[in-house]
Design a protein around this ligand. Structure first.
Ligand SMILES: [Zn+2]
Length: 388
């Protein structure tokens, strides 16, 4: 049996309100025991059991590993020139994705895997212990299938996003492309995907097309989630709630009726502050969602076009500074919120029975994640009870 005890934790965030104060379930002067990759004991450091391996956290803060519920790691090339042009005044349009599609189609499987692995490492080193990965830069049957095969080597949280944009060869024939996505592409993608997703927005797919795609995915045994309202106010939130999507992602724009619909549903609102940051767009006010009782997650949206970062600490800093989260809400949304967006009960918290995925920070409080932006505050990351 592998055993590790972390003692002398100044502030332990469990995300289990029954274990400690506030929604974060905070314990002071705490310890946690991990055995065979699971949390088996949490409590006061003074009364901690003995263990084979003991780590002294020296009064620092321990938090659950981040759950990044929205990334696009399977791609080739980068779009730094596009970013530079945008910062010089050009606006962001969904069509920029086409450039990455061309490069991804031309890349070998090994190149795609190596690039995704590099980003996975980056992500893990910054404290992310659960990650979702989408396809969506292949947009042919064979390229979507291989993208998901590669993603499945890296995470169980794989999402078929054949409906990312309409590829150029289907220009003016978007319904034909939707038929392909719902037919042969879905058929070959589904063995490697847990989720089905569609980008419902200006320049991408209409809610009617989105309905067709998600319904086909559900019929094939996949679970639905959706990209919506990044570029303009649309009607996709109603669709997401109606179809029982686990999450509606972006929500840069939302109206009062969207708030009401989400508040009366189990659909998580996932905000992606990296996208607003990198496209210099207005940030949504998360307080309106949180105050309405909606479950809110934050994720990196790591992709080469509109948010080329794997850093969840940066997302927390942006969420607090720009979206009006409190530091507590932002940390919760980056951990437990992400887990709920992936319908996972075994991650995003540090209760008995949860996966022993946690992070020792260099500071005594999680507040520093927002308070000291751009600084690496991750001292040690544990994945399934093992230090990485
Ligand atoms: Zn995305």
């Amino acid at each position: 049996m592998s055993q590790i005890l972390v003692k002398n934790i100044g502030l332990l965030v469990t995300n289990n309100p029954s274990l400690g104060s506030t929604q974060l379930g905070i314990l002071k002067n705490a310890a946690l025991l991990a055995e065979n990759g699971q949390i088996t004991w949490v409590g006061d450091s003074q009364s901690a059991p003995t263990a084979q391996n003991v780590i002294d956290a020296d009064g620092k803060c321990v938090i659950p590993g981040f759950v990044d519920s929205h990334t696009h790691l399977i791609f080739a090339g980068d779009r730094s020139n596009e970013f530079s042009a945008r910062m010089a005044g050009q606006s962001y349009a969904a069509g920029g994705i086409a450039d990455t599609v061309t490069k991804t189609r031309a890349a070998t499987d090994d190149d795609l895997l190596a690039n995704a692995n590099r980003l996975m490492h980056e992500s893990l080193n910054s404290g992310t212990t659960t990650i979702e990965i989408k396809s969506g830069y292949g947009l042919t049957v064979i390229d979507e299938e291989r993208s998901l095969k590669i993603a499945k080597q890296l995470t169980p949280e794989t999402t078929f996003l054949g409906a990312h944009v309409v590829p150029s060869e289907f220009k003016a024939k978007s319904n034909d492309y939707v038929d392909l996505v719902c037919g042969q592409m879905l058929n070959q993608a589904k063995p490697y995907a847990k989720w089905i997703d569609v980008f419902c927005d200006r320049g991408a797919f209409t809610p009617e097309q989105g309905r067709k795609i998600l319904t086909a995915g559900i019929a094939a045994g996949l679970k639905p989630r959706i990209h919506a309202n990044q570029l303009e106010q649309g009607d996709a939130v109603a669709l997401a709630v109606e179809l029982g999507c686990a999450s509606v992602d972006h929500l840069t724009y939302f109206k009062q009726s969207d708030i009401e619909k989400l508040a009366n549903s189990k659909t998580v609102a996932t905000l992606l502050p990296g996208a607003e940051f990198s496209t210099r767009s207005k940030y949504p006010d998360a307080r309106k969602l949180i105050d309405a009782g909606i479950t809110v997650a934050i994720a990196s949206d790591c992709n080469p076009g509109s948010s080329y970062t794997t850093s969840m600490p940066l997302m927390i800093a942006l969420a607090v500074r720009e979206m009006f989260f409190t530091p507590e809400q932002a940390l919760w949304s980056a951990t437990k919120g992400g887990a709920l967006a992936l319908q996972r009960e075994d991650v995003g918290h540090l209760s008995i029975g949860a996966k022993a995925d946690f992070v020792i920070l260099r500071e005594s409080s999680y507040i520093h994640l927002a308070y000291r932006p751009g600084v690496n505050l991750v001292e040690q990351v544990f994945l399934h009870g093992k230090s990485i």
